[in-house]
Each structure stands twice: as C-alpha cells, then as structure tokens.
Design a protein around this ligand. Structure first.
Ligand code: CP
Length: 313
C-alpha cells in the first residue's frame, strides 16, 4: 500500500483512491457534525496554525472549526498584525513557525506555489488553502462531496464550470478532481477569461452559455475576480451579467434536475442572480459550506495520522 500523503498541496497528480478515501472519511464527519458530537481525542496535543496572507471567510473558519472539533490547538495567525508587516519574508515566517513545532500548517497566499515552497522548508504537514491562480484542493474536495451526496455519483456527470476560469484556482482543482473521477467537464465563458490550451486538461470549451449549459447536471458558477485582473478583460458588470450571469432563463438550458454551485464569495447580480442562488430547489451553495467543515476534518485527520506525534502533552 502507498504511504499516506505528507501534505495536501494540489489535486493534480492525485489518483482516484486517495480522493475517494478522503470523500468517504468526510461522509463520516458530516454525520458526526450533524449529531452535534466531536472527536476531540483525534488531534489532542496537535497544533494547527492558519496562515492566511489573503482574505477568507469560509476556508479559514472551517479549518478552525475542523481543527477544534478534532481536539487540536488552533492558532489563527493575524498576518496583518504580524512581523510580515515589518518585512519578514515568507520563508523566515515559516522557519519561525517551524521552531514552535506546529503539526499542521494551513496556508493561503496570493503567489502560486507558495505552499509548495513552505512544504520543502517546514516539518509540519502543509495544506494549501488556495495559492494564487494555481489550486484550492479542499474546495474541490468539498465540491465533489456535495455533488456525490446530491447525485449519488461523479463518473459520467456533465459539469459546466462557468465564468472567470483564467483567475480561478477553484476551477483548476475542480477540473483535475472531476476529470480524474470520470466526469465530463465543460468550461464556459468569454475568450478573455478562459486560459489558452485549457483543452489539454481534458475539458470542452464553450463561449456561449446556452450551448455550454445544455443538458448539464451540475452548473458551477465562479466569482468574477476583478482584484486579479490587469486591464479590461470584461465589459461592464451589467453586460457581463447579461451574457455570463446565471439566471433562471439560462439555467433552463441545463438538465431539469441540475444543481447550482458557487464556491463563494458571490457577486450577486454579476455572475449569479439572487433568485437562482437562493432557490433551495436548485442551489446547493449552503451545503457546500457545510461540506467544507467535514472535508477539512477528513484532511486534517488523514495528514495527522501520517505524521509521528512529536510531543507528549
Ligand atoms: N471558497 C472560498 O475559498 O471562500 P473564502 O475565500 O471565504 O475562504
């Protein structure tokens, strides 16, 4: 049997068995969380540090909750008031945290590859919580868990990932995971927001929403990431919504039981209409958030089991 992974840096390169094992373990944590119970013995004596160089609501909070429900000591490093502000480099920050014998380091950074770099320098298990435009592996895992629970499968589903693909680490991780598990993935958006040669990742490209959504089982909308855009890649917000925003009329092109997803945070009225986002019959956006806690518990549990306990508390 292969050794368990030491870090979770990307979905790319993972084979179906470890992905499915994480989803199966996360299922058990969904049940635990819904029962109101915790499993505080599992990570007792372990330390988890959340190191977020970019803003986050869902990911940071759910890692904190996940760690606490498993009994870890959780520290949220306030980057804005840390010595990073005095010019300390990423590697010096990592060396400092390493000297404190942290077990699990959850990192979000605006530079693609920053968590990989840290993983080479620290003893802790590093978890990528989103790096630049590269990957957001736990988001793809929670999306897959949501899809699997709603539809009963992933293989064979048609999944349309729509909008700002070029800036989206969520899209990249989802493409790797969903194609690895046998889904048929489409990317749908304006040419300016779709990376060149993305077909090499095994997806079909559509520049028309009606065509891209036709018969889709899952419609995954992405946030328009204007903070990462250089120059005018899109027309006005109003025009963007007209052509690329998901409303009831565009959703009618998808399969009758298609589910609607969004990783959050949403730009309402830009990439998605509130009537669709808040429709409990179609939208699984709140369920995605719930699955995020369970998936992060599964990831922390799996990575902690793969490391020797360094200290006895
Ligand atoms: N989906 C996601 O990563 O959300 P946050 O930026 O709030 O963590």
């Amino acid at each position: 049997m292969a050794d368990p992974p030491r870090h979770l840096l990307a979905i790319e390169g993972l084979q179906p068995p470890p992905i499915t094992a994480l989803l199966d373990l996360a299922e058990s944590y969904v049940l635990l969380n819904r029962s109101g119970q915790t499993a505080r013995d599992l990570l007792r004596g372990r330390t988890l540090i959340n190191l977020f160089f970019e803003d986050s609501t869902r990911t940071r909070t759910s890692f904190e909750l996940a760690g606490k429900r498993l009994g870890a000591d959780v520290i949220n490093m306030a980057v804005a008031s840390s010595s990073v502000n005095k010019g300390e480099t990423l590697l010096d920050t990592a060396a400092t945290l390493n000297a404190m014998h942290c077990d699990l380091l959850v990192v979000r950074h605006n530079q693609s590859g920053a968590p990989n770099l840290l993983a080479q320098k620290v003893d802790a298990a590093v978890i990528n919580a989103g790096d630049g435009t590269h990957e957001h592996p736990t988001q793809a895992l929670l999306d897959a868990l949501t899809i699997r629970r709603r539809t009963g499968r992933i293989a064979g589903l048609v999944v349309a990932i729509c909008g700002d693909i070029v800036h989206s680490r969520v899209a990249r991780s989802n493409i790797h995971l969903l194609t690895t598990l046998g889904a048929r993935v489409r990317v749908v958006g304006p040419p300016t927001l779709i990376p060149a040669a993305i077909e090499r990742l095994g997806v079909a490209v559509f520049h028309d929403m009606a065509e891209g959504l036709a018969g889709a089982d899952v419609v995954m909308m992405l946030r328009l990431q204007r903070e990462r855009m250089i120059g005018g890649l899109v027309p006005s917000a109003r025009e963007y919504f007209r052509f690329w925003g998901l409303d009831a009329a565009k959703l009618a092109k998808a399969a009758p039981a298609a589910i609607v997803m969004h990783p959050g945070p949403m730009n309402r009225g830009i990439e998605i209409d509130s009537l669709v986002a808040d429709d409990p019959a179609r939208s699984v956006i709140r369920e995605q958030v719930e699955m995020g806690v369970a998936v992060r518990m599964a990831v922390l549990d799996t990575l902690a089991r793969a490391r020797p306990k360094l200290r006895n508390d």
